[in-house]
Design a protein around this ligand. Structure first.
Ligand SMILES: Cc1ncc(COP(=O)(O)O)c(C=O)c1O
Length: 392
């Protein structure tokens, strides 16, 4: 049994491959936004499993739903239908506002992207377009689309014929999205890149260009979906309709679940045998997801997320060392001076807050939707004290 953070770190070093930096702490339990490490120290979790634990940790209604489901059916594969999956698919289709939408369930974000790539291969065109700085996952297809060469290039050869847009550049999209483009993949806000928000009208311009040249538009809402930005999907503020939506992360409320939703004609491209997943949309993950949606709807979290996000942004924007605060709803990037985001993240951890240094300049916050006004104010005050000390 692991009894301390240092024991967890050394056990990690001797067992886990080096794809991640060895964690300094290990967590043993959580409730709401508060988690406890192996040394017994408590933290307010403001990154939530990387934008995933929408209802925090150990939410009673999720615990109840997955316990009940596990006593009925844990897993049946996609050879058979089950109630939770069908219910969830109906709800996701309703969220797209288009009855022609059809859902393909998988287990993660990268798998949802892979499904969309394969869907694009069933059109006559083969060229794909994504954005510089984007992140779409780590599988071979998803990393081919990821616009970050440090993560991508060591794994070449990757998918051919991928072009990367200068994110937010209206002229560049006209140059790179052409009659040869099969599908464009775009994040409504680039999360991993440091919460980068495009200029107003950018997604609409991509939509229009796709229509002009006959390309499909896939919006990667894996980080910005299921209410995080104040809408079900992060593109809704632009009033457009994509052909494909990918979701994962928050939908399962902490359980592995993803989906590729195709709308209109492209929902008919897959045929039996085209694609599949043994675990995709398994009953326990779907039971959790239905509970997540129940809570978001009944507690009106779409609007409260926007209010909470605005409050947080307003409290940190004038803090010394902060050069910009970006994001929408509860996906927030705080840009700081002198490449000190990781140092600030470490200090925050010592002070009892878990945040993510998305890169050297940006601290990313993606907390549970249950975060309270009091927790937001307390965080802002601790953050300010740390920044005053560092930048004095
Ligand atoms: C926008 C976006 N797409 C895809 C992914 C990949 O998701 P997963 O890690 O579940 O494969 C991520 C993960 O951070 C993401 O933020």
């Amino acid at each position: 049994m692991i009894r301390s953070n240092s024991a967890a770190s050394s056990s990690w070093d001797s067992t886990i491959q080096q794809t991640y930096t060895t964690p300094v702490i290990g967590l043993k339990r959580g409730r709401g936004l508060v988690v406890e490490d192996f040394d017994g120290k408590k933290y307010v979790d403001l990154i939530g499993g990387i934008a995933t634990n929408l209802l925090g940790h150990a939410h009673p209604s999720i615990v109840k739903a997955i316990t009940k489901q596990s006593k009925e059916l844990c897993h049946i594969s996609n050879l058979y239908a089950h109630e939770q999956g069908l219910k969830l698919a109906r709800r996701l289709i309703a969220m797209t506002g288009d009855k022609s939408s059809r859902v393909y369930f998988c287990n993660s974000g990268a798998e949802a992207i892979e499904a969309a790539i394969k869907l694009s291969r069933l059109t006559v065109k083969k060229q794909l377009v994504s954005a510089q700085g984007s992140f779409h996952g780590r599988t071979t297809g998803a990393i081919s689309l990821t616009g970050q060469s440090d993560k991508r290039d060591q794994f070449k050869p990757l998918l051919p014929k991928v072009k990367y847009l200068k994110f937010g550049d209206f002229n560049d999209l006209r140059r790179k999205i052409t009659r040869r483009t099969a599908m464009v993949f775009i994040e409504p806000i680039m999360g991993e890149a440091g919460v980068v928000v495009p200029p107003k009208g950018y997604l609409e311009a991509i939509r229009n260009r796709c229509d002009e040249v006959g390309a499909l538009m896939a919006i990667d809402c894996i980080q910005t979906g299921i209410g995080r930005t104040g809408d079900w999907f992060g593109y809704e503020t632009e009033g457009i309709k994509p052909d494909v939506i990918t979701i994962a992360k928050g939908i399962g409320g902490g359980l592995p679940l993803g989906a590729m939703i195709a709308i209109g004609e492209c929902a008919k491209l897959f045929t039996p045998g085209s694609h599949g997943s043994t675990f995709g949309g398994n009953p326990i993950s779907c039971a959790a997801a239905n509970k997540v949606l129940d809570e978001i709807e009944s507690k009106k979290m779409l609007s409260s997320n926007v209010k909470k996000g605005d409050l947080l942004q307003s409290l940190v924007e004038a803090v010394p060392g902060v050069t910009e605060v970006r994001g929408r709803g509860l996906l927030i990037g705080i840009q700081v001076m002198d490449g000190k985001s990781k140092e600030i993240a470490r200090e925050l951890q010592v002070a009892g807050y878990l945040v993510n240094g998305a890169n050297d300049d940006v601290i990313r916050l993606a907390p549970s939707y249950l975060i309270s006004e009091k927790q937001i104010k307390q965080f802002a005050s601790v953050f300010e004290k740390i920044c005053v000390r560092i930048y004095a």
